[in-house]
Design a binder for this molecule. Sequence first.
Ligand code: BTN
Length: 314
Amino acid sequence: MAGDFWSKLLQARNHFLFFDDDEQKLLMDCERRGYVFQKHPFYGVRWAIDESQDVWCKEECEAWYKEIRLQFPWHTKVFSLVESTNDEAWRAFNSEQISCGIFIAERQSQGRGRRGREWDSASNGGIYFSMCVSVEKILLPISMLTLGVGVAIFDALKPWVQEGMTLKWPNDVLINQKKVCGVLTERQFSENSQGAVVIGVGLNVHQQEEDWRDELKEIATSLRAFAIPGKTIRRAEILAHIIKECETVFRLDADEVRNRWHQRCFDLGKWIRVKQETGAVAGQLIGIDKEGALILKNEIGAIVRVYSGDCVLS
Ligand code: BTN
C-alpha cells in the first residue's frame, strides 16, 4: 500500500489524481512533514513541488529508485543531523552488515572532505549522502572509483544544468569554475571478503550566495544558481539519478571511465598547477591514466604523474 501510494504521488506531480480515504491519511502525514498539495473538489490532488519545502523522506527516495529502475537493492536511512554520513555508512556496514546502503543527512556537524578538510554541511539545502557498497559489486578498479563517481554525478546533473559543468581532478564537479560537488571515497578491507567502499557525496543544491562563509563565496556554487529555469529541483530525484549513474559506472572498465572523464574535463591541454604538501607541480594537463593519476607535461616536455594534491588553473 505505502509503496503504491508513493509511486502514485510521483505521478501526481504532473496531473491531478484522486486519492482514496486511506491515501488521504497518508497525504496528511506528508503535509505534516512539509509536502504541499493543491486540492481541487473535482480534479483531485496534485503535488505542487515547492522547492522551499524540499524535505528528505525515505519513502520518497525509494519511490524515485523504483521510478527510474535502480538495479541494486539499496537500503536507505535518512537522518536529520549526524556527525558524518560516511561514519553512519561504516557503522551500518560493520554492525548491521549493510553492504548496499544509502545514508542521507539533512545536516552534518563534522562533515569531512578530502585531505582532512572540513565539508561545510551545518546548514540544510544540500545533498549529503554516503553510499556503502561491497567491493564485489564493483567491476571498476577501486583506484578509478572517485573519478568514475565524478563522471556519474556529471551525467546525473545534466538534465538540470545546461552548460558550464566540468570535472576537476580528482573529485570535484564544477559549474562555471566553482565547486558544486565533492566526493570522498574511503575503503575498508576485511579478512574473508574484498571489504567495502563508502563513497561520500556532498552536492550543493539550494544554497544561495548569502549562505556561503566568506572564504567559500569565491569558490563554491550550487545547482540552483545554474539550473535550467523552470526545471523542478527535488533532492530525492537528483539523488536517485546519481545512484543510477553510479550503478552504471560500477560496471565499466578503467579505459571507459578514463575516456568518459576526458570528455567531461574541459581543462585538457591547459596549463595547471597541483599544490601538494611538499610544494607544487605545474604542467600542461594531458589527462588521467588507468590508475586515476593525473598526467602533466612539464615545461621541459617531460611527462609527470601526480597521485595527490589540489589542482588550480594557472
Ligand atoms: C571533498 O571535496 O573534499 C569531498 C567532500 C565530501 C563531502 C561528503 S558530504 C557526505 C559525506 N559525509 C562526509 O563527512 N563527507 C562526505
